[in-house]
Design a protein around this ligand. Structure first.
Ligand SMILES: NC(=O)c1ccc[n+]([C@@H]2O[C@H](COP(=O)([O-])OP(=O)(O)OC[C@H]3O[C@@H](n4cnc5c(N)ncnc54)[C@H](OP(=O)(O)O)[C@@H]3O)[C@@H](O)[C@H]2O)c1
Length: 326
């Protein structure tokens, strides 16, 4: 089968399209014929091995799994002996081991039936970003109707979904994004938009009950100034270029500081769960959540997709199309 493979950590230049053996699913796994794969910072971290902390589980000297990609949507090709939830031919979406490939293995509990109304490309945009946005709001942010929610990084893979989900709680959502994206963010349910290149998040009089900090890596002091006295700040992401810990140090400082404040400061690590994929499926099928696909690249151009991601300004999720789904 064709797959995007790397032998060493590095920039997108290390990615090569090669013919390799089809993976064999273990007893609790499913073999998925991949139709589309999502491109996100998770793939970038595994490609570069940065921050170095990533290498503790991904392989110290080189990637343990040489095939890149995690998010996927496709059809079940085969199931392991203990898998009862799926059968060959089922359309699924979820998180695989190496989805930039014609076939990929996945734990059965990291897959769910694909939302019927979504294309494979849209469904591939949903798993990791959708799970993150959903878990952050349900478990950490918990916005109340009418409360002010600020979403920093509103135009990216997670942000475009978080804006829709927060609006679904009937919160008043303000999205923070770069130039030219205000119309998109409003169309997803935001009532206000801040262009961070011309306006500061602390500029106006408004203070926010919930802040989801997804991108930009602003200092805690700045974020706290924008937060209401009893508000909740959730640190979701933000690449700060630190080669050892990435943005982890900011989350640790927030954790240590929070008990001494009236404000609540929290970090977040999402967990890929079947039950949450099912919720995303229902939300997509009811029309409450529609993934935004930025651009689609053919499998052979996965390196170009990664370079586009590295530019840092996708509008929704970048997707690699592996087969046409027919
Ligand atoms: N905690 C977790 O469990 C978890 C899970 C998945 C991902 N993450 C992390 O979450 C972060 C975002 O992931 P993603 O998939 O949404 O990334 P993404 O799709 O690459 O989007 C990032 C967005 O941030 C915006 N941005 C860049 N600089 C900004 C700034 N200074 N202020 C505000 N927005 C800015 C960019 O658009 P503009 O053109 O609008 O600037 C871009 O659309 C990453 O750091 C990722 O590693 C965390």
């Amino acid at each position: 089968m064709k797959a995007i493979v790397q032998d060493a950590y590095g920039s997108a230049d290390v990615l090569e399209l090669r013919d390799i053996d089809r993976p064999v699913p273990a007893d609790d796994e499913v073999l998925v014929q991949v139709h589309a794969a999502g491109v996100g910072p998770d793939v970038w971290h595994l490609m570069t091995g940065l921050p170095y902390a990533v290498r503790l589980f991904a392989g110290l000297r080189k990637p343990r799994n040489p095939v890149r990609g995690q998010d996927a949507a496709g059809r079940v090709e085969a199931v392991g002996a203990k898998v009862t939830r799926f059968k060959p031919g089922d359309e699924v979406f979820g998180v695989c081991e190496g989805s930039f490939a014609e076939y990929a293995r996945a734990k059965a509990d990291k897959l769910a039936p694909k939302p019927r109304n979504l294309s494979f490309e849209q469904a591939a945009a949903l798993p990791i970003s959708g799970i993150t946005a959903f878990q952050v709001l349900r478990d950490k942010g918990r916005p109340q109707p009418g409360r002010q929610v600020l979403i920093i990084g509103a135009s990216g893979g997670i942000g475009t979904l978080a804006v829709q989900l927060a609006a679904g709680y009937d919160a008043k959502v303000t999205g923070v994004c770069g130039p030219g994206k205000a119309d998109l963010i409003r169309s997803l349910g935001a009532t206000d938009v801040i262009d961070y290149t011309s306006e500061d998040i602390t500029g106006g009089a408004r203070r926010y009950d919930v802040i989801l900090d997804i991108a930009g890596n602003r200092p805690l002091s700045v974020l706290r100034r924008a937060l209401a006295p009893h508000g909740t700040l959730v640190l979701v992401g933000g690449e700060n270029g630190d080669r050892w810990l990435g943005g982890l140090d900011r989350s640790l400082r927030a954790l240590l500081l929070s008990p001494f404040l009236r404000q609540t400061l929290r970090g977040h690590f999402s967990r890929e769960r079947h039950q949450d994929l099912l919720v995303l499926k229902d939300l997509a099928e009811s029309g409450e959540l529609t993934p935004v696909v930025d651009r689609t690249y053919p499998l052979g151009e996965a390196a170009a997709a990664m370079r586009h991601l590295e530019d840092g300004h996708p509008q929704g999720k970048i997707v690699v199309s592996v087969t046409d789904g027919s």
